[in-house]
Structure formats: C-alpha cells, structure tokens
Ligand binder design. Structure first.
Ligand SMILES: [Zn+2]
Length: 686
C-alpha cells in the first residue's frame, strides 16, 4: 500500500530511501505529485487577495517540491543506475511530465497574477534577487506558451509532449547501441601496443560482463579513447572507431535518424509558434550570446587558426607514419595513435608514464583541497549514509558555520550508466522551503565514467580524466556554494552559456604546479610528480589543440546550422551533416566523434540544442577570469577568491550574468585569453 516515494524522507539530509525504491513506485508517485502540484498552483491562482510577490511569486517558487523530489530521484537513477523497468517508466512518464509542465506554465489564473506583478515590477519595492526571480518566472511562462491563444497552446503542449517522448527514446537508443557493442580482444596480438592500464581496464570490463579471463573494449569513452591512442592494430582501431561513430545509425529498434529528424521538425514548429524563423533564433534569444551572428563570430575566431594548426599537426603525424614504413595517410582512427607517438618524441611524454601519478583518490583529494583553499569548505566522508550504488561515495560539505550540503561522488563507468560526465542534483539550495524556518541544503551529484582499476588495484586517471573530474566538481561547487533565497535562481539554474564557467574555470587549478606537486603522487611510492614531468606537461599543453579545436568547433557549427534551418521539410540528418562538414572543410583525417545520430547534447533533451557553442563562450570567460588570479600573483589569492565565490559560485541566477562577471572581474571579458589558452593566438609555425 505505502509508496516510499510519497512518504516523508526522514533519512540524513532528506536523502531518498534508495533501498526501498522500486521502478513500479514511480508512476503512481508521479501522478500523486503532479496532482498535488496542480492543487498548489490552483490555490495560488484562486486567491482572493491581490497578487503580491509573497503570495504569488515566492509561493510559486515553493510549489511542486514533492514532484521535484520524485523527479530528481528518477532522473538521477535513469542516468546512472538504470534498468529496463526504469526505462519503460521513463518512456511512459516523459510525455505525461511534459503535459504537466504545459498545464503549469499555461495556467491562466496564475499567469494573470504573475503578468500583473511583472507589469508593475519597478513599483513593488523588490530587492535585486526578487526582481530577477519575477522576471525569470515571467519569461518561463512566456517561453512555454502562456501568451498563445488556446488552440496554439493546445498544439504547443502536444509538440512538447512528443518532443519529450522522442528525446527520451534518443538517449535510450544510444545507451542500447553502447551496451550492445563489445570489441573482444582474443589474443596477445589483439592487445598489441596496449599499456598495462588499458589491459587491466579491458579485463575488468570483461569480468563485469561475465567474461572473466577475456579482455573487452566497450564504447565508454574511458575505454575507447585509450584504445584508439595505443592499439597498434590499425584494423581493430578502425573497427572500434566505426562502432563508436555509428551509434544511433543502425537500422532497427535503436535507429536515431528518424527520431532526430522528427525532433528537428517539432523544434522548428515550437519556434514558429513563438514567432521565430528558426529554433536557433528561439533558443538563443534567452542567452548571453543572444543571436546566431554572435555565436558564428565567436566560432569563426577559432576556426581558421585551428584549421591551419590541424593541418600542421596532420603533416607531422603523416611524417611519423612514413617513418614507420606505413602509408602516411592519416585516417580518423589513426589520429590519436600517431599523435601519442609524436607527443612522446617531441615532449618525451608517455601517457602510460603520467597515469601512475594520477590515482583517482588523490585527484579527488586535490579537488577538495582547492575548494578548501579557495572557498573554505571541507568534504567529510559519510560512509554511514547509503546511496544508490556501492561505488558512490557520500560526503558532508561544511564551511566554518557548519554543514552546507551533501555531495555524492559516482566515478566509475558501468553498463547501467549513460556515457559522459555530468553534475546533477537531488535537491537545490534555497531559503524558501516548505517549512520556512529551515534553509534547504543542496544535495549534489557528480557522475564520471572512469574505467575502474582491477580489484585491489587503484584507478589511474589520464590527465584528461583528471581535468574532467575537476570540471564536474566545478559544476558541483556551483550547486553546493549556492547562496540565494529562491530556488528558481539557485546554483546552476543560470543561462546556458554561463553554466560552463564555474566548471571550466575550476579546471585551471589542476594545471597549477603547486597543486600537482602536492597531490599528483605515484600510486606505489607516494613520490610527488617530478618537476620536469610537470614542465613537460606544460610545454605540451598546446599539442594537438588544432585537432581538438577543429573537432569541437565543427560539432558546434553543425549544431547551429541544423537548428538554423527554416524549412519544415524532414531532413536527412546524415546527409545534412556530411554536406555541412564538407562546406566547412573539415579535414578527413580529423573526423567527428559527436555525430548527430548520437549527439546527446542536442537530442537527449533541449538543454544544449543550438547550444553546443556554450563551452567556447564560457571559455572566453574562464580564461579571462583565471587571469585575475594570475594578475594577483597567487592562484589562491584570498580577495580574488572572495569575489569569485560571491559573484560566480554562489550567486546562481540572482544577478544578470554579464553583470555578475563584471562584478567579479571589474570589467567585461575579451577573447584574447581564450585564444592564448588554446595556443591559437601565435602565428602557426611553418
Ligand atoms: Zn560542464
């Protein structure tokens, strides 16, 4: 009878009772929670009192908490510990939840009150955050169709429901193709070139899949990238690359081609219902960039110099291939392999020699230490608090005044987890709880997909893996340090071309020699990383940046182009992508690994649709922002850190982002530090 999702959660920090939750609990809990939410907003809308900020805006901000609680648990489980039963619920619930959103954001009585307050927002005596919350809510309603006529509203709701179904399907299909493919390495010859850490990870992956004794490469990034980097077997590299880049492109149940095409058609319809010529125009109208022209101009600043640099890199790779008696033609499945060889020769850097200094546990400690020195927070392990999987480590986060939140660290790849790395939340920080007296503390999760070391052996990270760990932890801090009153503007609920600033900025501390010296220690001897290895890492930092920038920018251009379409004819996404890459002049040797058929940023939800550029946009800010510490002569300068905490990591969306950045930096950001960071500001060596 009793549904643990609807009972009060009395565990520490109000964490969900993970052990009691079953897939079949979700549908009835969602139904009850949606009903409760509608009753709450009916009551706000039906009030006989004239609308005030408190009785309407603050009350709306506080509504729907039961639904949020159930939804947060559900979305976290379906991302990192899913099952066929949960996936079935996900498909069933996606359109119902979208339908619920439409009901909320087209609620006529509630919107009339918000609209009336918005019209008089200058006269209400609101503080800065309150005014921002009112403006954001008003825009949420407008962008969800609140001002449309009823027939258009009905069509809009149907479009949103269908989009929810399709984006859910898209993500599930990618996971299906990923878990279906295994490259089984049968013999010593199949393992040629693979250093011990890749072999160990491949054996561990085999063991987890019930093939103890064998070695397998999966399509998880932490398997496939090292395999492409080290395997001497060109035929197997090609096989792995083709499998990796054709996810979502197989005829049959997991085919994402028709799904992406329908998503694009519906997004265009969504935009045109709002009066925009394309989805890109609609999406960009609520960003810092604001227009396609601003995005294109930013991408073009890196495109030409990066192409020139990539051509220079390709020439070096080709020369190396020739010196090995190979053809000299560089294919996309060769690039990482030859690049690693060139890197070893040019910088005397061997990935396999770096990894022993980057054990996962020490890198986690490094991230925590940087947070402590910058923001005065500590992370205290709470092994007594159970999470949803034994690999998840739970920490209480404290500052000088006491506990400020809970942090769940989920670092390993497994078949039930989607690929990539991300931050999410079980609960957002606010001081607008249902029980007014108590502040609501955030519960934040970081998910990574590191290949787990063999039993008893440490998990060793590459420098890139360590960067990913710091990146996600930067997002985590954005959620944990949030210090606002209203949930609507809490933590990472910012404009999407601002959201990568706290994460990318945090990566800079990993590169600090003092941080490496303190934390990058050999997993066997405990010896700190040698100075000259740090030197070599730094000298090699621009190596292969042409390749990286070209691949990234090409994906961002394709994203923008396909969402800028104004024709409602169904599009062949594979042909469109091919034509666009040809128009751009993407070098064949580079290739793209974010093909549209599995580009989850674009099609597993709408968060990054017409928004893949946001990483580069935020990079302009993070490169310029970190310079504030460089100028102060200390990567932990207390005064700069104080402003960083106040205006970037804890202000959420309570301040307009451009204004928040200027308050931190004293001025706006320019692109030069970003170009320098990518090594694209100097002339290309001939
Ligand atoms: Zn990120």
């Amino acid at each position: 009878m009793s549904n643990p999702l609807l009972a009060s959660w009395t565990g520490p920090y109000g964490l969900p009772p993970f052990a009691e939750v079953r897939a079949e609990h979700f549908a009835p809990a969602f139904e009850a929670a949606m009903r409760a939410h509608l009753a709450e907003i009916d009551a706000i809308g039906a009030s006989s009192e004239p609308p005030t900020f408190t009785n309407t805006v603050a009350a709306f901000d506080r509504s729907g908490r039961l639904l949020e609680r159930v939804g947060a648990l559900f979305h976290n489980l379906t991302s990192s510990e899913t099952s066929p039963a949960l996936q079935a619920v996900e498909r069933e619930m996606a359109p119902l939840l979208a339908g619920h959103d439409s009901k909320v954001y087209t609620h006529a009585a509630l919107f009339a009150r918000i609209d009336a307050l918005h019209a008089r927002r200058g006269e209400l005596g609101l503080d800065g955050e309150q005014r921002r919350v009112l403006e954001r809510f008003h825009l949420d309603f407008v962008r969800a169709g609140a001002k449309l006529a009823p027939p258009e509203q009905a069509r809009y709701a149907a479009v949103m429901q269908r989009l929810a179904e399709l984006t859910t399907r898209f993500g599930q299909n990618v996971l299906a193709d990923e878990s279906q493919f295994l490259l089984v390495l049968e013999s010593e010859a199949d393992l040629a070139g693979l250093p011990p850490f890749v072999r160990d990870a491949a054996r561990e992956a085999a063991r987890e899949r019930g093939r103890a004794g064998a070695a397998v490469i999966t399509l998880s990034r932490s398997h496939i990238v090292p395999f492409l980097t080290f395997s001497e077997r060109r035929d197997l590299r090609e096989k792995a690359w083709r499998a990796w880049t054709s996810r979502g492109e197989h005829a049959g149940a997991s085919d994402n081609r028709p799904i992406a095409a329908e998503i694009l058609q519906l997004r265009l319809e969504q935009a045109s219902l709002h009066g925009y010529p394309s989805y890109a125009d609609f999406a960009l109208s609520d960003t810092m960039a604001r227009s396609q022209a601003a995005v294109t101009s930013l991408l073009e600043q890196v495109w030409r110099p990066a192409l020139a640099r990539a051509e220079d890199e390709r020439t070096a790779l080709s020369a190396l291939a020739l010196s090995r008696g190979e053809s000299g033609v560089v294919e996309p499945w060769d690039w990482r392999f030859y690049a690693e060889k060139v890197r070893q020769v040019r910088f005397d850097l061997d990935e396999a020699a770096i990894k022993p200094y980057f054990p996962l546990e020490r890198m986690v400690a490094a991230a925590f230490d940087c947070a402590a020195r910058l923001f005065g927070v500590s992370f205290v392990p709470r092994p007594d608090i159970p999470a949803y999987h034994p690999d998840v480590v739970v920490y209480e986060v404290r500052n000088a005044a006491g506990a400020i939140g809970l942090f769940l660290h989920d670092n390993f790849a497994r078949p039930s987890k989607r690929s990539g790395a991300w931050m999410s939340a079980y609960r957002l920080q606010s001081r607008n709880g249902i029980d007014d007296a108590a502040p609501v503390l955030p519960i934040i999760v970081n998910n990574n997909n590191f290949a787990k070391g063999a039993p008893g052996a440490p998990t060793l990270l590459s420098f890139d893996d360590a960067r990913t760990l710091f990146h996600e932890f930067g997002h985590g801090l954005h959620g944990l340090l949030s210090n606002v009153t209203y949930e609507r503007v809490s933590g990472t609920s910012v404009l999407r071309d601002f959201v990568e600033l706290p994460s990318q900025l945090f990566e800079h501390w990993l590169e600090e020699p003092a941080v490496l010296k303190r934390h990058a220690r050999h997993h066997e001897t405990g010896a700190p990383i040698p100075d000259e290895l740090i030197e070599r890492l730094h000298r090699a930092r621009h190596f292969n940046q042409g390749y990286e920038t070209v691949r990234y920018a090409a994906s961002a251009f394709v994203d923008m182009a396909i969402h800028a379409r104004t024709s409602s004819e169904p599009v062949d996404v594979v042909a469109f992508e091919r034509a666009e890459l040809e128009r751009l002049g993407l070098p064949a040797a580079v290739g793209v690994n974010h093909r549209l058929v599995h580009f989850q940023h674009l099609f597993s939800g709408s968060g990054y649709a017409a928004g893949y550029y946001v990483y580069l946009w935020a990079e302009v800010l993070d490169a310029d922002g970190f310079d504030a510490f460089v100028e102060a002569g200390n990567p932990f300068d207390a005064e700069v850190a104080r402003r960083l905490a106040r205006f970037i990591y804890s202000s959420g969306n309570s301040i307009e982002p451009g204004e928040a950045y200027r308050a931190f930096r004293g001025r706006a950001a320019g692109p030069e530090p970003m170009l320098r960071q990518r090594g694209l500001s100097e002339p290309v060596p001939s």
